[in-house]
Design a protein around this ligand. Structure first.
Ligand SMILES: N[C@@H](CCC(=O)N[C@@H](CS)C(=O)NCC(=O)O)C(=O)O
Length: 334
């Protein structure tokens, strides 16, 4: 199969895996979805960071980390069903939304998955049966317990604590309500075609639409969003256009930016400061409550990348976007 196909090594219960799968389907890139065994071992064996998904290019190269991967695919297949808006200002909004999805919504995903007993039980089954659907019962039980314990043990590291729970759950409800309205007025966030921002948000929400507690909340509170996720999952038939960069952003996008300005961005800012000062922990006020966590290096890099991208915008785009970001409360963090 080499030479023609990509091979995407991921798992169904992995948000970044389904993000990349949806993106590749939309882009009509020929690929095989290789979703059993341990894709993480493939990354490790190739000397890559131990995260999934891992993409094998037709020439045999292996690469992971969904954001650089999405950009690498843009370079491989330029201009064909790109997920990067042509306008640099809109492209920046797409990057910001993607990062918000990848790095903030993932806290919501991880919290719901490992906090409530019903979700923990389901997640163990989903992950372990994805790796090997026909394991012997005793091995399966031990593998499920070990995976549960490892993930629950990581909750505090990513900020999924009892103290932070109200912020995380309130943020989930805000995102559900906002996107449920938004997807009724425009097929995707920045037009009638999906952007990288759509895929970042989709990845985390797709998992939240399956794990029992957040899924029940989504289906009752945001049924249009639930249906939107099914559309993004395979958008290979979509032919669309971007919104006009001279027009104002869709209301739901502005609302999400406003929300990022009181959740993800102040978090990123406080995280970066704590990293710089070599502190072991930090706390920051989000949505009127104290949110506390240990600094996270990868998110320090995400913040740096976002600020550099904003600084590198061509002057006319920056001039047009700055008042919008200012109004949303984002500009001071960029
Ligand atoms: N920034 C990476 C994150 C990927 C990631 O964290 N993947 C998770 C699974 S969804 C993972 O592999 N975690 C490490 C592990 O479980 O060992 C990306 O965008 O691909």
């Amino acid at each position: 199969m080499s030479g023609v196909f990509y091979r995407l090594h991921g798992l169904n219960p992995s948000p970044y895996s389904v993000k990349m799968r949806a993106l590749m389907r939309y882009r009509r890139l020929p690929f095989v979805w290789d979703a059993v065994g341990s894709p993480r071992d493939i990354a490790v064996a190739a000397g890559l960071p131990p995260v999934i998904p891992v993409l094998r290019f037709p020439d045999g190269r292996l690469m992971n980390d969904s954001t650089p991967l999405a950009h690498a695919l843009e370079r491989e297949h330029p201009g064909v069903r790109s997920v990067i808006p042509d306008d640099p200002g809109l492209a920046f909004v797409s990057d910001l939304l993607e990062d918000f999805g990848d790095e903030w919504l993932t806290k919501i995903m991880f919290h719901y998955r490992w906090y409530y007993a019903a979700d923990r039980a389901f997640a163990q089954t989903w992950v372990v049966s994805s790796r090997d659907p026909v394991m012997a019962q005793d091995v399966r039980q031990a593998t499920m317990t070990a995976f549960n314990d490892r993930q629950v043990g990581r909750m505090a590291l990513v900020g999924c604590t009892e103290q932070n729970r109200p912020v995380i759950e309130e943020s989930y409800r805000f995102v559900l309500d906002t996107l449920d309205r938004q997807v009724r007025s425009l097929p995707f966030l920045l037009g009638s075609r999906p952007s990288l921002g759509d895929f970042g948000i989709y990845g985390q929400l797709q998992i939240l639409s399956v794990d029992p507690t957040p899924a029940a909340e989504m289906r009752s509170r945001a049924p249009d969003l639930f249906c939107w996720l099914m559309r993004v999952d395979d958008a290979s038939g979509v032919e669309g256009t971007w919104i006009d960069a001279d027009e104002s952003l869709p209301q739901g996008v502005t609302d999400l930016l406003r929300h990022a300005a009181v959740t993800y961005l102040p978090f990123l800012h406080a995280n970066a400061q704590a990293l710089q000062e070599g502190r072991e922990a930090f706390d920051v006020e989000l949505l009127g409550r104290r949110y506390a966590q240990a600094p996270f290096r990868y998110q320090g890099k995400c913040y740096d990348a976002l600020r550099k991208k904003f600084a590198a915008l061509p002057e006319p785009s920056r001039r047009r976007l700055a008042p919008v970001l200012e109004e949303a409360g984002c500009l001071r963090y960029l």
